[in-house]
Design a protein around this ligand. Structure first.
Ligand code: F6R
Length: 261
């Protein structure tokens, strides 16, 4: 696990965007796993800037989003389809057919989830998965208690997550209870994981994820078992880490041959 602490979300997002840009340049047909929510906003802005100002080409990239609310049509303003169109896809050149987001209106959710898993396999697996983290430690929408081996499936949101996400809906009671999410086992098969977390509200979950005991009660702790997980934090999100000075020293003193940024 590599913990990268930046002064603010914008600088952290630029580092994560450079990692993605480097991958897409080396492997133009890369498969990216994408996430939504407040956290990746600056990351998508920087990737759009790189596309528009520097010609970063996404024309062969394939994408798979982590999750979607069940019951929301794609054009619902709070759906993750809408989020992705508004915040990323409409401003870059990823062909529509290369974009995959779970269908919140699937009539047969189990078959849809199996087909989603198959589509990831058919694409050759995910090269780099972007993750956020819930204040309860969820990744994707794998809430505490989720099997660490789980696959794409239906999950029920906790009251805390529905409350956290109420800001995207007109009324708190409009937040769906059910979602489709990639499983923790699915996420762990990505070749690289890049988790971003910003703000003091994430400090406790990040502390547990990076330095706590591995447990389904804090799903993000499973990243400790991944051979190539990068954690991009701002100072407030890093504030509860015991080894914070060590992580900073390691990052500032990386041998040149090891630097990937
Ligand atoms: C979103 C997702 C979630 C969020 C998490 C943090 O696709 O999978 O795990 O990353 O809920 O959300 P924000 O970024 O809004 O704090």
């Amino acid at each position: 696990m590599e913990v990268i602490i930046s002064q603010d979300p914008s600088s952290a997002s630029i580092l994560a965007a450079r990692l993605i840009a480097k991958l897409v340049k080396i492997k133009p047909h890369a498969v990216l796993g994408l996430s939504t929510g407040s956290t990746p906003g600056d990351l998508y802005k920087e990737l759009i800037r790189m596309h528009q100002a520097e010609g970063l080409d996404f024309s062969r990239v394939r994408t798979f989003n982590l999750d979607e609310y069940i019951g929301l049509p794609p054009d619902h303003p709070a759906s993750y389809h809408s989020f992705m169109m508004k915040n990323f896809f409409r401003d870059v050149n990823i062909p529509h057919g290369n974009i995959h987001i779970p269908d919140g209106l699937a009539s047969d959710v189990s078959s849809h989830c199996e087909a989603y898993e198959q589509a990831i396999r058919d694409a050759g697996g995910i090269d780099l998965q972007i993750l956020g983290i819930g204040s309860d430690g969820h990744i994707g929408f794998n809430e505490p208690g989720s099997s660490l081996a789980s696959r794409t499936r239906i999950k029920t949101l906790t009251p805390g997550t529905r409350e956290d996400n109420a800001r995207f809906f007109g009324k708190p009671e409009d937040v769906p209870h059910h979602v489709i999410t990639m499983g923790i086992g699915t996420i762990m098969e990505s070749r690289t994981l890049a988790l971003l977390a910003f703000g003091e509200g994430k400090a406790k979950a990040v502390g547990g994820a990076v330095e706590g005991a591995i447990s389904a009660s804090n799903p993000a702790t499973v990243l400790q078992l991944h051979p190539n997980a990068k954690i991009y934090l701002d100072e407030p999100a890093a504030s509860s880490l015991e080894r914070i000075d060590y992580y900073k020293w390691v990052f500032q003193n990386k041998p040149a041959w090891q630097a990937d940024l």
